[in-house]
Design a protein. Structure first.
Length: 254
């Protein structure tokens, strides 16, 4: 028997991602971000990683059955206003999550297509990329790839300027997501530029570069912040603007 959903004075966002043992990325970074932005956080664990900022030492993947059980427990018990997807690791997990989203239809879904850790370790199998394109992207409200992830999803070289970023954003949009935020943090640009590509056009979001060697988990923080603001009722462009400001402030204090 399903229990009544727990009422909360704050909106609730769900992170479906892996665990980072040092807390700088993954589930831990998402929960910190949700809390900082006034949103309750729930989690579905897809993998456990033994890692730190220097590298990933080991990965234990959750079974699809365990992922499905967590998803059902969370959606049966909580009113989820936004979902943030991070490390999904395998094709089986991608399929399990896609099937759940089709059934549950949460109001907002943000996908950070985690493929490679900052240290260079692979976090998504090759066959999972295919399933992500075909099964998951059409269910996503905002896809947030960095330049390397966008290139893998499209099978093209990395963008090197804003024109190429915009073109790749439009190509990704054609795969089904309702919006694409092309993250330019790895581009040789004079500012930290992200481009929000939607059917209505492209919006540019720029911020000053923050001098720091502590970039571990920045993609997790940005996508979780977007999900948090969407859960709070913001429209997507405002959610991106607020999320980028939050990330810039976070980096400045690391």
């Amino acid at each position: 028997m399903n229990m009544p959903r727990r009422a909360s004075p704050m909106p609730t966002a769900l992170s479906i991602a892996g665990s980072d043992s040092c807390g700088g990325a993954g589930i831990q970074a998402d929960l910190k971000t949700f809390s900082a932005l006034g949103v309750d956080g729930a989690t579905v664990l897809t993998a456990v990683t033994a890692q730190n900022s220097a590298g990933v030492r080991a990965i234990q993947i959750m079974s699809p059955e365990m992922v499905a059980a967590q998803l059902d427990a969370v959606f049966d018990g909580l009113d989820i206003r936004a979902v943030k997807l991070g490390m999904l690791a395998t094709a089986a997990t991608v399929t399990t999550v896609a099937e759940c989203l089709l059934r549950r239809r949460p109001p907002h879904v943000v996908l950070d297509p985690v493929m490679i850790a900052t240290s260079g370790a692979s976090l998504l199998s090759e066959d999972a990329v295919t399933f992500m394109r075909s099964r998951l992207l059409p269910l996503v409200d905002c896809l947030t790839p960095n330049l390397a992830e966008a290139a893998v999803l499209l099978g093209v070289p990395c963008a090197t300027d804003e024109a190429q970023m915009a073109a790749q954003g439009r190509a990704l949009l054609a795969l089904g997501p309702r919006a694409v935020l092309m993250k330019g943090g790895h581009a040789p640009l004079t500012e930290a530029v992200d481009l929000l590509v939607t059917p209505d056009g492209t919006q540019r979001f720029a911020a000053r570069w923050v001098e720091t060697g502590k970039l571990h988990g920045t993609g997790c923080i940005l996508s979780a912040a977007i999900a948090a603001w969407l859960a709070r009722g913001a429209v997507l462009a405002d959610a991106v603007m607020q999320a980028k400001a939050h990330l810039t402030a976070t980096l400045a204090h690391r």
